[in-house]
Design a binder for this molecule. Structure first.
Ligand SMILES: Nc1ncnc2c1ncn2[C@@H]1O[C@H](COP(=O)(O)OP(=O)(O)OP(=O)(O)O)[C@@H](O)[C@H]1O
Length: 362
């Protein structure tokens, strides 16, 4: 069990990187606390697997260090790092029984037989594999095989961390929900640092206490699911998290007044003068209400989507497309309507980064 520190870590797959564009991972400083349940979330190609491979020792970083507690493991191979890994696709020994597969990592380390039996029974119970324990792994479904892989990752109680790389990819959709809850429960019981890589926000938000969001080779925010929703540190986070994501509207800001497409928008705070190429206002659809034409920002309604738990209006404010909540029973006259924005939920971004109001403590 360990705290994992990334110290000025950067990685390029090119032999002679010259600029930031040559780096799959830009410089990262981050601490994964002992016992934390983390998700590493981001779109395809943002550098998640590269970072995971650096933590596990499969890739040696171009620059920087990786520490397990105070121990510098940067140059050490995977076998010397005491890490368990679960990959996208099952890694099981087909000729062994499920019990033998689960016992393998413990047997390899000379753990006593009765301890192995107890631990294997416990993990099999948690993963609902008890009835299959004496069956050969070769005869099982892909779901069951991936559960064995999960079990092999979880069976050692002394690992520094368990790394999961999109572990539910092959799992049947109706089982995914159940397995995510099982993993969360296992994390509570086992007190092991877990890092779970995914591009799926639902998986990240249900599994993790802390979600680390990556974009274009950099960590743009690490926070609780609520923090990511309430105060996205970057427009990418606002847009990537949420369904639909945060609206991001080009604007001008002058003190406590923003101007969007020529219309004034009152802010809850005054902002300092912003010296940025791009100034934007961010607000989630949940904090914008659609109303019949009248007071508020004048918009044109393109369509209304019923997403089950709510109705989302897709509207245009001048050249800006945005989404807003359409309250039940709202009756519109033609396609013209108005929007009211909750000022306390509006954020201001300069070149993609969240700006603190004037006088606020960052
Ligand atoms: N072995 C490699 N050699 C060269 N470039 C690589 C290698 N592995 C990854 N890359 C590049 O590094 C960048 C980050 O890739 P990485 O696989 O870490 O992203 P990811 O977020 O895990 O994406 P995915 O979810 O698609 O696996 C991408 O531009 C990718 O093309």
């Amino acid at each position: 069990m360990a705290r994992i520190t990334l110290d000025k870590l950067a990685h390029s797959y090119k032999p002679n990187p010259s600029g930031p564009g040559d780096y799959a991972l830009k410089e990262i400083d981050h601490v994964w606390r002992q016992g934390g349940a983390y998700a590493l979330l981001g779109p395809s190609g943002c550098g998640k697997t590269t970072l995971l491979n650096i933590i596990s020792g499969l890739v040696t970083p171009t620059r920087g260090r990786i520490l397990f507690d105070d121990d510098d493991v940067t140059g050490r191979p995977t076998e010397a790092r005491n890490i368990a890994q679960v990959f996208q696709f099952p890694v099981v020994y087909d000729t062994m029984t499920v019990r033998e597969n689960l016992a393998f990592p413990l047997k390899n380390r000379g753990v006593a037989r009765d301890v192995i039996r107890r631990r294997v029974d416990e993990i099999a119970g948690l993963l609902d594999l008890t009835r299959s324990l004496d069956r050969k792994a070769s005869n099982l479904t892909a779901d069951a095989k991936q559960k064995i892989s999960l079990g092999r990752g979880l069976v050692r109680p002394d690992v520094a961390a368990i790394l999961f790389d999109e572990p539910l990819t092959v799992i049947d959709p109706h089982l995914k929900w159940q397995l995510r809850s099982t993993l969360k429960e296992l994390h509570r019981r086992l007190d092991i640092t877990m890092i779970y890589v995914t591009h799926d926000q639902t998986e990240a938000l249900t599994f993790a206490d802390t979600v680390v969001v990556m974009h274009d080779g950099a960590v743009v925010q690490a926070g609780t699911p609520d923090q990511l929703f309430d105060r996205p540190a970057h427009t990418f986070v606002g847009h990537f998290i949420g369904s639909p994501g945060m609206n991001v509207l080009p604007c001008r800001v002058d003190g406590a007044l923003a101007t969007v497409e020529g219309h004034p928008v009152t802010l809850a705070h005054a902002y300092p003068a912003l010296d940025a190429a791009r100034v934007e206002l961010g607000i989630r659809p949940e904090f914008i209400r659609l109303a019949p034409r009248g007071a508020g920002l004048p918009v044109r309604v393109r369509r209304i989507d019923d997403i089950g738990r709510a109705r989302i209006a897709r509207v245009e404010l001048g050249a800006c497309a945005l989404s807003a909540m359409a309250p039940d029973g709202v009756a519109l006259d033609g396609d013209e309507a108005s929007l009211s924005l909750d000022p306390s939920r509006i954020h201001v971004y300069a070149d993609g980064r969240l700006v603190a109001p004037a006088g606020a403590i960052a």
